[in-house]
Design a protein around this ligand. Structure first.
Ligand code: BGC
Length: 409
């Protein structure tokens, strides 16, 4: 008599649409306290479907994680799902046919009707097909300030970038570091980008980054941006920490006055029990030009050539975009949800500011959405050098920056 294993029996009774439990490894670079708490919400929601999230966190930040992810996918060892930033980071992988096409479920579940702004879905679309799920909007254009540091120094919390610069001597006299800046290369680049939108303003930013106007890039308004970046360099001269969350921690404990960082810093404040407006202050657009960029994170699903795993991948995509997971994940992550049809009444004051800016449409695309990964890396290298070289003049840095951009348009 023929005998059947339990697994074979179960497989034989599985109905179409009734997915079997599958393990999926999910890679990402969310390793700080706030990030880990946020990603755990996705894991919980996926596990609730009967499947199993196998966490593949990669330490060291995106610059370290992305090459590992890419080489695993191109080298024949793909994971079940992986984070990238919105934009062009995974474009070559998609073009090489290595990523699962999500168009069918995107159409079935009407993603285009609720994903906002639509540019998020456009960033997932290659030749009319959809290859990723945007999961949040993260903007880097924020100045995070420690209310304690300013109370200790006996001066009011600044309300904009020039007040922040002017407050530095009082902070230093009180033994504080004015500006916390970590040494991971992307952090200098992030600071420069935030200063560019805040000091240069939206029109200049768009003309250079979208219209690729190199005269504007080389012009006097942009020089002012480089001069402000040189001020930031001086304020951060004694900052020795490495990771972004270590720099956030200096603000959190009142050892530093401020940090220019993405709104993911909120995850650290909230896990430490700090309250926006009481313990810390956030200034979008550095308190000068209140614009945020619509960068953030998206998940891609490498092709696994296994129908059962593929069903689980599609299920994970649906979970990530669901209303429940969007609320739970984004509240912990400090990011804005990618859909407008959910209840975010639990958002803190800073997140509410972000939501207002988004609703007013004061948004710019992220660098990843308008420049190739290669250009981004070259600019990042220049910014690291600039922030580490007090002798490099703003005009010299500007000239080199224009050279990089001009060679890549
Ligand atoms: C991601 C954020 C993340 C941050 C720091 C960014 O590239 O978009 O989700 O929190 O890196 O790790």
């Amino acid at each position: 008599m023929k005998t059947y294993t339990l697994a074979a029996l179960l497989a034989s009774v599985a109905l179409p649409g009734m997915a079997m439990a599958e393990e999926l490894e999910v890679t990402h670079w969310w390793t700080s306290g706030g990030e880990a708490a946020a990603v755990a919400e996705f894991a919980k929601a996926f596990d609730a479907t009967g499947n199993k999230w196998v966490d593949g966190a990669i330490a060291g930040g995106g610059d370290t994680a992305r090459p590992v992810m890419i080489s695993r996918i191109t080298g024949g060892d793909p994971m079940g799902a992986t984070q990238f930033n919105h934009g062009q980071q995974a474009l070559e992988l998609v073009e090489a046919g290595l990523m699962l096409d999500l168009t069918e479920i995107a159409e079935r579940d009407h993603w285009r009707d609720f994903i906002y702004p639509p540019s998020l879905l456009d960033s997932c679309t290659v030749d009319g097909r959809i290859y990723c799920v945007p999961v949040n909007i993260h903007s880097p254009e924020w100045l995070w300030l420690s209310n304690k540091a300013y109370a200790d120094a006996g001066i009011p919390v600044p309300t904009n970038w020039s007040e922040f610069v002017a407050s530095a001597p009082a902070l230093e006299a009180a033994g504080k570091l004015p500006l916390a800046l970590g040494n991971q290369p992307w952090q200098s680049n992030l600071a420069f980008g935030a200063i560019a939108v805040a000091i240069g303003g939206l029109d200049l930013w768009k003309s250079i980054n979208i219209d690729k106007n190199m005269e504007a890039a080389a012009g006097p308004e942009m020089l002012k941006v480089f001069e402000a970046a040189a001020e930031a360099r001086a304020l951060a001269a004694n900052s020795t920490v490495q990771d972004w969350n270590q720099a956030t921690n200096l603000v959190l404990t009142g050892e530093a006055g401020g940090q220019i960082m993405g709104d993911w810093a909120q995850g650290e404040f909230s896990i430490a029990g700090k309250v926006a407006g009481v313990d810390y202050t956030c200034l979008p657009g550095l308190g000068v030009n209140e614009y945020i960029s619509t960068g953030g994170d998206a998940f891609y699903f490498p092709k696994l050539d296994d129908p059962a795993k593929e069903a689980a991948q599609l299920e994970l995509a649906s979970v990530m975009i669901s209303q429940q997971a969007q609320v739970a994940f984004n509240l912990k992550k400090g990011s804005l949800p990618i859909r407008g049809d959910i209840d975010l009444s639990a958002a803190n004051d800073c997140m509410k500011k972000g939501l207002e800016i988004l609703a007013a449409g004061n948004v710019v695309p992220s660098g990843d959405q308008v420049w190739s990964p290669d250009t981004q890396t070259q600019v990042e290298d220049l910014m690291v050098e600039f922030f580490k070289s007090p002798d490099m003049t703003p005009a010299d840095a500007q000239a080199r920056w224009v050279e990089i951009l001009s060679a890549n348009i």
